[in-house]
Design a protein around this ligand. Sequence first.
Ligand code: AMP
Length: 600
Amino acid sequence: MAVDSVLSSSSPLGPPAHEKDAKALQFIEDMTRNADAVQERVLGEILSRNAETEYLRRFKLHGATDRDTFKSRIPIVTYEDLQPEIQRIANGDRSPILSAHPVSEFLTSSGTSAGERKLMPTIHEELDRRQKLYSLLMPVMNLYVPGLDKGKGLYFLFVKAESETPGGLLARPVLTSYYKSEHFKTRPYDAFNVYTSPNEAILCADSFQSMYTQMLCGLIMREEVLRVGAVFASGLLRAIRFLQLNWKILANDISTGILNPKVTDPSVRECATKILTPNPELAEFITKECSEENWEGIITRIWPNTKYLDVIVTGAMAQYIPTLDYYSRGLPMACTMYASSECYFGLNLRPMCKPSEVSYTIMPNMAYFEFMPQDPTAPPPSRDSPPRLVDLADLEVGKEYELVITTYAGLCRYRVGDILLVTGFHNAAPQFSFVRRKNVLLSIDSDKTDEAELQKGVDNASLLLKEFNTSVTEYTSYADTTTIPGHYVIFWELLVKDPSNSPTDEVLNKCCLAMEESMNSVYRQGRVADNSIGPLEIRVVRNGTFEELMDYAISRGASINQYKAPRCVSFSPILELLDARVVSKHLSPAAPQWTPERRR
Ligand code: AMP
């Protein structure tokens, strides 16, 4: 669809709910009205400032900053293509390899390469861009939800482990970098954006102490809380689980006014102690609510003035919507932004819409964006016949594209791996629903496990079965989010050649751990440090189950010649079929190895 024909269907934002929001909303309008011109300017800025980098010189751009030359000379790349350059930067080469501005640190993506987090080089000024995008969120929210200046937000925010590259650059997740920056720590007071969590609690590296203190403050200020959130839905559910496990000691602190000695960090103790005063009445209330068997609506019972949940429930997080509905008695879930370690992309201009209707508007000032059309019938692109990428302003409604970015920090025509569907336009800027991340089979939290990793896990675990003359003949997997935290379930069909020597329960438990040891570092960190993923489970199904699965698929129209057992299932009838044939269940007996240091 041509841009002109959809312009009339997009209504402008505003009028601003508050005078102070006018500038931000005007900025959104300016950027989205002039999306194409802004994109041209952004590309020009990136290419001129990076003209002398090794990377752009290699492709003989000779200082050109126009789109045509750029598109004809610069290849479309993946992380693996850039790894030699990234490794040199990590090893301490300070020459302008990708970016003319010095690389200030690496952001560790939850996307992995060879089992380790991808390292995304960033530059200091990117913090300004991230902050700018954050600054647009509340002015948009204020258009839909009045009175957010009359209370606080209970947000569960965390920093994670950092490491150092051989060349001495920090490597850490983008949110850790942001929360530790002056941009966040010394943010000016804004009545619309007051958190119950003190900075000290957010910045505490010990996840128990951090969560404990954030929950304690949230409970103490329960009546002031107007919104409850975390970055992803899985994080908010983890907080609910934490409350289930710890409400007694939290209530005790509130009753006595004495902070639990488990909180040892001096700065956290100091600020929590200031907030904590004996309040037996509140402690009694918490005890009454939390000791009930039924936790339905616990969020609205404890925080009765909550107007919405602020959590991402799009993409892999959609699996948590029913559970959040249950705990919040159907409060709206606002998905406010779409971002990554490589670049922050954009925001949802209608944040109170239903999760199934969420569309993100990419802000054209953040980077230069291109889009690879997803055409399943087209031959796969190669170096000799690169795909034709489409510009932001030229996308068609109803079509799917893979996002490709060129950033100020020096990524050029970099494939993010996200598949987006164009749902409409706001002014001249397209809006997208998040369709999926390419090649991701299983995800519980920020982990992303692909088919090759799962296969490697099964291969490694099967080695333990050798001495029992047993092999795994078929397998599939499932992300079980009915437990908190969720966990991976792997269905195995076994060929036991000598039934008198079949693998013991203990060995099958060890197989679970062997699979976990094979998983990428994001998975293992989730298991070990963040407690955001539960122990992996193997469910052995009786012989012939996978043949039944095939019969079922064929009865629903699958081609018998092309049938392959799916490596991941989520369709309820198939899960029911599998579960009805389970002969034994096994859980990982221990946590896998994980340290913040990279394995390579
Ligand atoms: P990371 O590189 O670890 O920061 O992860 C970024 C990735 O998380 C993105 O490329 C998306 O795949 C996913 N993501 C981020 N924001 C959203 C969102 N609002 N909805 C769905 N997926 C998201």
